[in-house]
Design a protein around this ligand. Structure first.
Ligand code: ARG
Length: 261
């Protein structure tokens, strides 16, 4: 898992609108600093032996750097995202790339945050709904991707995508912030028989759970020493990356990559 990723770039990354609680038009990312941050994330993926494909960002798409939201991919099938209208222009670019790369394309009939709300854990798909994803997408994902969907809701718009509240470490291990999920969802997650790592609200707030793991190397945000320590104790290699500029758009490490394999 996470051995092949699709990433855009930061050439047009700006805060033009405010569609999550972290975005403020008066706090713009520094273009040079975000370029450096993004390059370090790409370098960390390559250093972990992951393949990185590039989808060029488009000028009219200031959030395209958060490639995770454009689709969710499983095998040769891609279910496209259906983001808020501010980001709608990104989807045809993603569709074109995925189609040209040989994926079967399934358009989303309802609001869908792509991989932001769809986290594969082995044969399960942890699927967020209630924020950026319409609940009616869940049976669509189950049918189209052929995996058992576990519906989960976060505790509010601070966790507008599930990948801010939960981080998948390997096919058996999931890190999560209990306060970031609503109570029935936290109970449902605990009932799955997975190996769970609890992460504090303080570290989750720094987008610690927005990580990319291939089961050997975990690439994650700086500022979460407790989670990084637990992962290292478990024998994982952990690469901590600066994400202060990306955070101005409300995203972190995982948001910048769409998992292809
Ligand atoms: N500014 C982007 C938005 O609000 C950030 C997306 C972050 N992506 C994620 N997978 N959490 O849509």
């Amino acid at each position: 898992m996470n051995t092949e990723l699709l990433m855009c770039d930061t050439a047009h990354f700006r805060v033009d609108y405010e569609i999550n609680p972290y975005m403020h038009r008066e706090v713009q990312p520094d273009p040079q600093a975000v370029l450096t941050e993004h390059a370090a994330i790409v370098a960390a993926h390559l250093g972990a032996g992951r393949k990185v494909e590039h989808l060029p960002s488009a000028p009219e798409c200031p959030d395209m750097t958060f490639t995770a939201n454009v689709a969710v991919v499983r095998g040769r099938r891609a279910v496209l995202g259906r983001p808020p209208r501010e980001r709608a222009a990104e989807i045809p670019y993603a569709e074109e790339w995925l189609r040209a790369s040989g994926y079967d394309i399934v358009p989303a009939p309802y609001a869908f945050s792509g991989q932001g709300d769809a986290l594969a854990v082995g044969d399960l798909l942890l699927a967020g709904h209630g924020q950026r994803t319409d609940r009616r997408m869940l049976p669509v994902l189950e049918a189209e991707l052929g995996c058992a969907v576990v519906p989960l809701q976060t505790s509010g718009p601070r966790w507008y995508d599930l990948d801010l509240a939960i981080g998948v470490v390997d096919a058996q291990t999931v890190a999560y912030c209990p306060e970031a999920l609503d109570t029935p969802s936290a109970d449902r997650l605990r009932g799955l028989g997975l190996d769970l790592i609890e992460v504090s609200l303080e570290e989750a707030d720094r987008f610690a759970l927005n990580l990319v793991s291939d089961g050997r190397t975990v690439t994650m945000a700086q500022g979460a020493p407790r989670l990084a320590g637990i992962l290292r104790e478990r024998g994982l290699r952990v690469v901590e990356l600066a994400t202060t500029e990306l955070a101005k758009g409300g995203g972190g490490v995982r948001c910048t990559a769409l998992t292809l394999a």
